[in-house]
Design a protein around this ligand. Structure first.
Ligand SMILES: [Zn+2]
Length: 135
């Protein structure tokens, strides 16, 4: 007997576009995430500014530990800014009415996939094709 592979719901191909209700839920979620992220970023920027003011006269050689901390802060900030961009982009697509459609083939993206990954811009088929061609 052939064993049937069980696919997670978000990996199934969608037959219809995500409903307006779900889009509204995702939009709320994105807005919440956006404000939380903006707050984080502002706090971190403030902290970095304060830290920079604290040791701007010190010799760089004495700042090994601090420099590492700063590097980590920059990385976090970079990741958070990238996420913020993705949120803005997804919100823009919601407002433009193109949210939930694949950017590649314009077919609907599975609703479960969008709930799990609100920034997804490709349907699972195109995503797989992209991953297959990416070195
Ligand atoms: Zn597609």
């Amino acid at each position: 007997m052939a064993r049937k592979k069980i696919k997670p719901k978000e990996l199934e191909e969608a037959t219809e576009r995500v409903s307006a209700d779900v889009v509204a839920q995702i939009r709320d979620l994105l807005l919440q995430k956006k404000s939380a992220l903006s707050k984080n970023i502002n706090t971190e920027l403030d902290e970095m500014r304060t830290a920079a003011e604290g040791h701007h006269l010190a010799d760089m050689d004495d700042l090994g530990g601090d420099a590492n901390d700063e590097e980590t802060s920059y990385k976090i900030l970079e990741i958070e800014s990238a996420e913020l961009d993705q949120i803005e982009y997804a919100l823009g697509r919601i407002d433009a009415g193109s949210f939930g459609l694949c950017e590649e083939c314009e077919k609907p993206i599975n609703a479960e996939r969008l709930k799990a990954l609100p920034f997804a811009t490709l349907c699972i088929r195109c995503k797989r094709a992209q991953e297959a061609t990416a070195d």
